[in-house]
Design a protein around this ligand. Structure first.
Ligand SMILES: [Zn+2]
Length: 116
């Protein structure tokens, strides 16, 4: 399950920050995750509950905002949403070009930590 290493690394960062801030606990962690990471929020929460058990971050609610995958067309510069279920067929709606650079979709960011 590819969510476990991700959850562990987020956990390490969050618990370090919470300890630094002298917190008693962590109530909520807000993440921004690119669609292409393909993480399932329920599974991340489940791993979190397991990894954080008995620590400062136990019981925190993990909130994941999924960032849609977008591509910038190499020819005309148009930015369009990638059809992730059909990447092979994906093309620029402006000019029909299939070549492009990924703009968003691989993010992995902690955007908020609520402590008490
Ligand atoms: Zn184009």
């Amino acid at each position: 399950m590819h969510e476990l290493p991700f959850t562990k690394s987020i956990f390490r960062t969050v618990s370090a920050k919470a300890a630094q801030a002298g917190a008693e606990g962590v109530s909520r962690v807000v993440l921004e995750v690119g669609q292409l990471r393909d993480y399932i929020p329920e599974i991340v929460q489940k791993y979190w509950d397991y990894v954080a058990e008995g620590t400062i971050a136990e019981g925190a609610k993990i909130e994941i905002n999924i960032i849609p995958a977008t591509v910038r067309c190499r020819d005309c510069g148009h930015v369009y949403e990638l059809d992730v279920k059909n990447i092979q067929e994906s093309h620029c709606p402006g000019c029909g070009c299939v070549k492009g650079e990924l703009e968003t979709g691989r993010e992995l960011r902690i955007v908020g930590i609520e402590i008490f």
